[in-house]
Design a protein around this ligand. Structure first.
Ligand code: F6P
Length: 546
């Protein structure tokens, strides 16, 4: 197997990084009035402007060659075709089938999975409509007013992010809440807001063995039984899982279970039954619009030439910035309050998928893989960490996201928001030269001595890369497109970095050790099996809790 660093295009890009990669973008914009047109791409109303990167046509051509040489098209077809793409878990990777709106069958092991998918969607529709209409009743005959999703990781972050993003489509008389953290304070605070008679719990866990989720589900079950009795459980608990036996063992009737399959990765599962809280929150029709948006991006990803393919471009720009220009992180900066959980969602999607140090053939990688991801909505982030992005010593490429239209037209707010997002991208690109900074200080009437002192602090190096995603309005279809865009971006990067983006062995060790430590915290037996730091901390907790 040829690793990415052995591909001819990788070497070409390394050479280009020392030339084009060092050129000021300011100059590139000045020399080429058509730069925006040349380095932007669209899918319908969704615009990706990637012109504020240190690229030119030669760099883009080399990046496209890299994708070709890495076998991207073949890998993409293998994933969509239901091959065992997740090699370590020996599973297909078919979240795309969940949002397949075409008539095409999707085959896994010789069997079309579409009939099963449609059957579960039909059950989700019925359930969501029953809850929303008040037909689904709690044990005392009252309609449901509060739906609580209990899950963590992929069984939480997607539904949380989407329900927050689609708040304008929700009703005031039906709250959708989330409990994820094993910290009992999370459950306690959510339960304070709920009335057991009108609360429905959705226990969301692919494996149905996740410690946090089972602990939270037990607590909520006990809370319900305490107030309404054991017989109330079927009216107040449903499960979303691939593990019917564990659901039954937990005490939820499998008639109240919505199924999904092992070929749906946790962090790719919001399109499956895991999206039930979304369907309840915004209605099944809107959930289908979300699926349709995801599907539209799938079709684009499958069919568009690589040069005009949004996920491919976003992925290649990320690789250019990370592997050739030295960026170890990137910031996701939605100038859209409704997307305030997008950075957290993308942290799992990107970092759990591509935070890998082993290549698909088992060799240790000798090249950078998944970057650190962080972010906050704009403009809040501007007043927190942007200082480092503008003037710090690290290169942090940014993805800006913004809607042209708001759901909440309040005075000039939205135009102020948009002016800020465009200004940030422009400032990062342009920077401020010493001459410009000096002219400003002189104009402000500063003394020569003070200018000499202040000047170095007032210069912005600029030449800092960013992408901007601009869309008309954040509706379910557009959100579906955006999520699928990032999913496929992560996929493309995983293919080029030659890692398995669909396993997550790195989260296992901590889980195992936590299980060993749990009984030690409440025992008085000497702690023997740990390093002195862990032993010291366990003993300190014992002393503090006495
Ligand atoms: O933390 C690892 C992980 O397996 C994630 O990949 C997953 O999304 C999460 O735990 C929750 O898993 P489950 O849905 O099985 O409870």
């Amino acid at each position: 197997m040829v690793h990415p660093v052995g591909l001819p295009a990788w070497k070409d890009l390394a050479a280009l990084a020392a030339t084009t990669g060092q050129k000021p973008m300011r100059d590139m914009f000045a020399a080429d009035p058509g730069r925006f047109g040349r380095f932007s791409a669209r899918l319908g109303d969704l615009l990706l402007d990637y012109s504020k990167n240190r690229i030119d046509a030669e760099v883009m051509a080399a990046l496209i060659r890299l994708a070709r040489q890495a076998g991207l098209a073949e890998a993409r077809d293998a994933m969509f075709g239901g091959e065992t793409f997740n090699i370590t878990e020996r599973r297909a990777v078919l979240h795309t089938a969940l949002r397949n709106r075409s008539e095409r069958p999707v085959m896994v092991d010789g069997q079309d999975v579409m009939p099963e998918i449609r059957a579960v969607l039909a059950r989700m529709k019925t359930f969501a409509e029953q809850v929303r209409s008040g037909e689904w009743k709690g044990a005392t005959g009252r309609a449901i007013q509060s739906v609580v999703n209990i899950g963590i990781g992929g069984s939480d972050l997607g539904p949380v992010m989407v329900t927050e993003a689609l708040k304008p489509y929700q009703r005031d008389d039906l709250a959708v809440r989330f409990i994820s953290n094993v910290d009992g304070s999370h459950a306690a605070e959510v339960l304070k807001l709920c009335d057991p008679e009108t609360t429905l719990f959705i226990v969301a866990s692919k494996t149905f063995t996740t410690q946090e989720t089972i602990a939270n589900a037990k607590t909520c079950r006990a809370w319900t039984v305490d107030k309404l009795g054991e017989a109330a459980i079927p009216n107040h608990f449903v499960a979303l899982s691939t593990n019917a036996r564990a659901v039954a063992d937990f005490g939820i009737d499998t008639a109240n279970m919505f199924e999904f399959w092992d070929w749906v990765g946790g962090r790719y599962s919001l399109w499956s039954a895991i999206g039930l809280s979304i369907a309840v929150a915004v209605g099944f029709g809107r959930f289908e619009e979300l699926l349709a948006g995801g599907h539209a991006m799938d079709e684009h990803f499958r069919e568009s030439p690589l040069e005009a393919n949004l996920p491919v471009i976003l992925a290649l720009i990320g690789i250019w910035n990370a592997n050739f220009l030295g960026a170890d992180a990137y910031a996701v900066l939605p100038y859209d309050q409704y997307l305030h959980r997008l950075p957290a969602y993308l942290q799992q999607l990107d970092m759990e998928s591509n935070g890998k140090g082993t290549a698909r053939d088992g060799a240790m990688v000798g090249w950078g893989t998944g970057p650190m991801v962080f972010g906050e909505p704009g403009t809040n982030g501007q007043h927190a960490f942007y200082q480092l992005i503008h003037q710090g010593t690290r290169l942090i490429p940014c993805d800006f996201l913004a809607a042209a239209q708001t759901h909440n037209p309040l005075g000039e707010h939205h135009l102020m928001l948009l002016s800020n997002v465009f200004a940030q991208a422009e400032a990062l690109m342009r920077g401020k030269t010493e001459a410009e900074a000096r002219a400003e200080l002189e104009k402000a009437g500063m003394s020569t001595a003070e200018i000499a002192f202040q000047l170095p602090h007032r210069v912005f190096p600029g030449n800092r890369p960013s992408n901007t995603l601009l869309y008309p309005r954040l509706d379910p279809f557009m959100l579906g497109q955006l999520i699928a865009l990032y999913e496929h971006k992560v996929f493309v990067q995983g293919v080029i970095w030659d890692v398995n983006s669909f396993d997550q062995w790195g989260v296992e060790l901590g889980k195992v050790l936590a299980k060993a430590i749990l009984p030690e915290l409440s025992s008085s037996a000497p702690v023997t099996n740990h390093d002195s730091s862990t032993t010291g901390l366990i003993e300190a907790v014992r002393a503090l809790r006495r």
